[in-house]
Design a protein around this ligand. Sequence first.
Ligand SMILES: C[S@@+](CC[C@H](N)C(=O)[O-])C[C@H]1O[C@@H](n2cnc3c(N)ncnc32)[C@H](O)[C@@H]1O
Length: 617
Amino acid sequence: MAASDAGNALGTWHKQHGGYLHPSISIAYTIEAGYHWHATSPIPPNTTISVAPHTLTLSYLNALVDPAFPVFRHNREAFKVEAIGFFYLMSQYVHRSFSFWKAYIDALPQPNVEFCTPLWFDNPEDIVWLEDTDVLHTMLGRREVYEEYYASGVRMLKQAGVDTELYTWDLFRWAVTIFTSRSFSSRALTPQESKYWTTHKTNPDGQRQTVLLDMSHTPAEDLDFPVLFPVQDIGNHRNEARVDWSYDPGRFGITINDDIAVGEEVFNNYGPKTNDELFLGYGFCIPDNPYDGVLLTLKPPPAALQKEMQLTHPGYFTMAGNWSSERTTFRLRNLKPSDDVFRVLPAPLLELLLYIVLHERGLPFVFIQDARDNVLRGAGRRYTPHIARMIVLSLAPKLHKLQSTTPEKELRNQKQRQAAIYRHGQIATLEANISALKYLTRSLLSPPTQAGPRLVTLEGLLEIWCARNEARVNDFLQGIESITGTSDIGACRDAGWEDDILVLALCSIALDGLVVMPEYISRNHRTAEHNQETTELPNTAVVDGEALARAREAMQLVERCAAGSDVGSLWRDRRWCAEFVAGIGGKWVEFDSFMMMVPRDQGEEEARLVVYLHGLL
Ligand SMILES: C[S@@+](CC[C@H](N)C(=O)[O-])C[C@H]1O[C@@H](n2cnc3c(N)ncnc32)[C@H](O)[C@@H]1O
């Protein structure tokens, strides 16, 4: 049958059975758009273009009451709800000549056409386009489930004496694809204030009859199933289309809210879907899709932190109490240039990363109410560079893999074209997130004259100090020279002195009172004993024995610096002691320093140790 005839026959059948199609809408067909709604005259906004009564629907509910296919009712418990729907649709295709839905089935994409959902990627030439993608991973998982549905379904049909010759794997895949690409949610059918769901069957005398199903004992997950709504599924998708779906008792209506000119295609809107959702479900992708996203799976946090979180965040664990990678996979949205990345990143991801950062710093676990606010305005603000870095480190290998396995080949068919759009969308989204996170971190490497929080390298720290008190920096460097043999910081770094010098520089700057002290330092006021004399120390953090032992070694350096310096030198300040070194410089470096790619001259980058300064005084 020609496509246009099938479309007309579908329209007639729909109307005969109580369906409504606006007089300005026709069911049209072109090779490019397939079946679609076409405006035969202008349509104003707020027009209901199509209404379908529930009597037309096809779902697993029909299978449960169809006297021609008792196998489904008899094996209800053995089949998954989803699988019953697939097998029932196959049965309607196989016996379409006497199916109630014949006109609908004739106007569906037929099993022999080229489907582009990844489930149909059989040819290695096509599969290479999915290499290293999340879609490939998801598809392989789903395919395994479908193969199991198929094998057990065919077995059950055979046991029931059904001839399964025509129930091929390809027909099964067709049924899956029809459901994933055009079904609606069972919410459309949910009865209001009743335990009875309504479905319909054809009696042996050919009459359609309503059947009430008592679903009060049906598990909740079996009440969420896909439903085919003939004609309501004709509209193609457009992100910008403004469309309302109305679920009235017994009917489902589609209303468009755009001005449609004569001759235009009238689009539906399937919702703000990412390209992987569109690709997996519908077999197409949208170039530059604003709703696109990439998946990020967090590595399991340390066991001790997991133990804490088991009580507060049980949702991140499997029933057996193991960390669930699936539940800690987050979708990172594509970014617009105006987006502030920390306002867009998923809040649960920020929350988890905050727990990890705090745990790494030995801080006790505390429940964080509003992670986004904490990171944007609260105590978590200083961890944004760490969090940014953790995300970049998770995304960068994914980007690298996708880039390095993208085939350098001509696109030969529709499957490959869709896969390439998806792939490029993934690469663009990864690049946008990585560069926004890097930019944000770099923006903290601000010039030394500016106040406010910032990240500094050791040189940056000395530069800030120099701008305030050059003589003290020279004094500091003189001491350093006396132990390292040079005051050139680059040479000191090459010789492995960077960590020690950074600790001592932070302590010295604290002595000068030039910077805002982090709150973990400023809360513990201490004194130190020197030859029976008590010296007031600046506030220091509480430290453990190991940190104190390291600080005692650093104190030997301070003593050597002091020995080679003049009276009045900062190295001779009476406040230097192991508690002070460990509780200020040591803690600061432990809590607020990390390696980061820092721009060098001529646009190059190098990995450098940076420390977070909370502000200049
Ligand atoms: C609900 S059906 C729409 C009717 C369909 N055109 C047909 O011929 O029956 C969804 C399918 O239409 C196609 N489709 C819908 N919107 C599309 C779009 N924006 N770009 C490409 N294909 C689209 C895809 O093949 C998708 O699986």
